[in-house]
Design a protein around this ligand. Structure first.
Ligand code: NAI
Length: 303
């Protein structure tokens, strides 16, 4: 897979997963904007050296890269990150939204300022960077975007209500933008990674910890931002060298007569059937779900 001539922005690329993504793309010929605010794991402080170090590593290996130190959570900063790609390398083909912070607390104890900070970096940071890149990619008729979600969002995790909210919010963004970008060959997908980084220090089960390298995740991300990638709107999970797809399903459900009154007791009586996952099929883009199929089943589908 060759990325020669492609311009990539990787946010939060001064360490961990982002650094690994940036090094892999650069080694395959991409020109990379290495963005990193350089703060602590909670998102406090700032330091140019993490981004500078990764840029130096890329250049030493013969690649092309430029550093940017703006925060993704500042709309103007996000615009400057994307503008750095345009000014330095003439455009943007690839955006990997990876920057993130952690402020875990159980919901009972969570400080709303912390909750907001987590949403601002993960969710709004992803929105701001994507919003700045979107018109450029759509006008060019080419774009590949990745957002970084988490099992904490798609499945839930103790003490990660803010993080999980932000991580699942991104999936909503991906679902809509996959539809909006389709006709301009702008594809957007999510990576749900697992890697031993400073963010997960001490959190991973020891049995898998030794296999949790960022270098085992980056090939999946590189595929998603490649020309070869034809999928859009998907969640690719990658952990310890294992790859799978996470998706939403809808059960067959129960169709009541829509012209008759419905009571809470009727829902309770048939709740097992309504929620029976053995009848589930993957959700499709759009908002109707399996409504047509259910209405047809009782002869009430009259377009
Ligand atoms: P990390 O802490 O090593 O990397 C995050 C990077 O983002 C840091 O270099 C940090 O300076 C930068 N950053 C933070 N706030 C920023 C801002 N406002 N603007 C620009 N840069 C900022 O952690 P890791 O593990 O590499 O995380 C990367 C992404 O992967 C995050 O979005 C994280 O939530 C996600 N993730 C990681 C998992 C793991 O197992 N490591 C699991 C699921 C998701």
């Amino acid at each position: 897979m060759d990325f020669t001539g492609r311009v990539a922005v990787v946010t939060g690329a001064g360490g961990g997963l982002g650094r690994s993504h940036a090094l892999l793309l650069a080694s395959r010929g991409a020109k990379v904007v290495v963005n990193d605010l350089g703060g602590g794991v909670r998102g406090e402080g700032g330091d140019a050296s993490p981004a500078d170090t990764v840029v130096a590593e890329i250049k030493e290996a013969g690649g092309e890269a430029v550093a940017n130190y703006d925060s993704v959570s500042d709309p103007e900063g996000a615009r400057r990150i994307i503008q750095t790609a345009v000014d330095t390398f003439g455009g943007i083909d690839i955006l990997i939204n990876n920057a993130g912070i952690l402020r875990d607390k159980t919901f009972k104890k969570v400080d709303l300022a912390d909750f907001r900070a987590v949403l601002e970096v993960h969710l709004l940071g992803t929105v701001y960077c994507t919003h700045a890149a979107w018109p450029i990619m759509n006008a060019a008729g080419y774009g590949r975007i990745v957002v970084t979600t988490s099992l904490a969002g798609t499945s839930g995790n103790l003490g990660q209500s803010a993080y999980g909210t932000a991580k699942l919010g991104m999936v909503g963004l991906v679902n809509s933008l996959a539809i909006e970008g389709a006709r301009n060959n702008v594809r957007i997908n999510a990576i749900s990674p697992g890697a031993a980084t400073r963010m997960t220090d001490g959190l991973n089960p020891p049995a898998v910890d030794r296999y949790l390298t960022s270098e085992l995740v980056s090939p999946g991300v590189a595929y998603l931002v490649s020309e070869e990638c034809t999928v859009s709107g998907q969640i690719l999970q990658s952990m310890a060298g294992g790859y799978s797809r996470v998706h939403y399903f809808e059960t067959e459900g129960v169709q009541f007569d829509p012209q008759q009154p419905l009571t809470p007791e009727m829902i309770a009586d048939r709740y097992d059937e309504i929620s029976d996952l053995s009848t589930a099929t993957p959700t499709e883009p759009g908002i109707a779900g399996r409504t047509e199929q259910r209405l047809r089943s009782i002869g009430r589908w009259e377009p």
